[in-house]
Write a protein that binds this ligand. Structure first.
Ligand SMILES: NC(=O)c1ccc[n+]([C@@H]2O[C@H](COP(=O)([O-])OP(=O)(O)OC[C@H]3O[C@@H](n4cnc5c(N)ncnc54)[C@H](OP(=O)(O)O)[C@@H]3O)[C@@H](O)[C@H]2O)c1
Length: 280
């Protein structure tokens, strides 16, 4: 598995296995077990996915050493302060059954419950402080954010001792977030592409279908290849064994610059929600 390197020198496999909407228990256990079996070495979960126990169990039961798997979780919107974030980190470690996670993210920058005048700035700063402490204590190997737009990053950078290593946002053909991407690159923040298949919305797109036929690949493989060529780290989710496996077969072909451009401009694919307006 090829890797990117984060700004703190930690290596991170170039594709991760997404687990949103995979139910806790047997289903997530089976999916993660299969993903690890066919070659994934990077798993993305979150407290709010409510599947950390099954994810952790699949990792524990695999033949792989803990250090060979890159594991991410995220702090949910109701743990948005220093003490709650600290407790939340311990809770995730316990549910996952691990001594450390490789990457810990703030899930959303502006939870609805705290959406008063500028309350989000103090909330992110306090949560971040708890994350920096966990980082220094070796409980997390990298820290980052998710769904942060430029103004959220600018505010966080004002108070952070450690700048975020990652920003996980919706990046998919047709959702390129160019200004945000340029800003993150300026600060050496790796971009993880969530919903890289637009949560399935890419499959009926005729341009994507045409390109898949041209390269003799599937629509999913073309979209994931696009993500890599943009320098993103895609996190495809699947519960279907053949899809889980096929989504890794993206290192043996190359899209032309013109086709990358066509994919940049796809229409009708799911796009990033405005984090200052979401209903949670
Ligand atoms: N940080 C955040 O706020 C946030 C938000 C959303 C997502 N994420 C992360 O990003 C991950 C992926 O995003 P996502 O779950 O929205 O969806 P996605 O990966 O863009 O798309 C998943 C959909 O595509 C289908 N699919 C996957 N591979 C396929 C293939 N090769 N052929 C045909 N269909 C295929 C899946 O169906 P089957 O399962 O039936 O194969 C599922 O319906 C999440 O699981 C999560 O880890 C993070």
């Amino acid at each position: 598995m090829e890797q990117y390197q984060l700004s703190n020198g930690v290596n991170i496999p170039k594709i991760g296995f997404g687990t949103w909407q995979i139910p806790e228990g047997e289903e997530v256990y089976k999916s993660v077990t299969h993903a690890l079996k066919v070659g994934y070495r990077h798993v993305d979960t979150a407290q709010i996915y409510r599947n950390e126990v099954g994810v952790g169990q699949a990792i524990a039961d695999s033949d792989l050493a803990r250090e060979d798997i890159f594991l991410t979780t995220k702090i949910w919107n109701d743990k948005y302060d220093y003490d709650l974030a600290k407790a939340s980190i311990e809770e995730s470690l316990e549910k996952l059954g691990v001594d450390y996670v490789d990457l810990l993210l703030i899930h959303w920058p502006n939870p609805k419950a705290q959406r008063e005048q500028d309350a989000w700035k103090a909330g992110n700063a306090a949560t971040w402080k708890a994350m920096e402490e966990a980082y220094r204590a070796g409980k997390v190997r990298a820290i980052g954010v998710s769904n942060f737009m430029i103004h959220h990053l600018e505010a966080l950078l004002e108070t952070a001792d450690i700048k975020p290593h990652v920003n996980q946002v919706l990046l998919a053909p047709g959702c390129t977030q160019e200004n945000l991407v340029a800003f993150c690159r300026q600060y050496d923040i790796l971009l993880e592409a969530y919903s890289p298949l637009g949560t399935g919305s890419i499959f009926s797109n005729p341009v994507a279908q045409e390109l898949a036929a041209k390269y003799g690949k599937s629509v999913a493989q073309v979209a994931l290849r696009w993500s890599l060529q943009k320098g993103f780290l895609p996190l495809p989710k699947s519960v279907t064994p053949e899809n889980i496996e096929a989504n890794l077969q993206i290192f043996d072909f190359e899209l032309s610059a013109d086709d990358v451009d066509k994919l940049d401009k796809l229409e009708g694919i799911k796009s990033q929600k405005n984090p200052d307006e979401v209903d949670y």
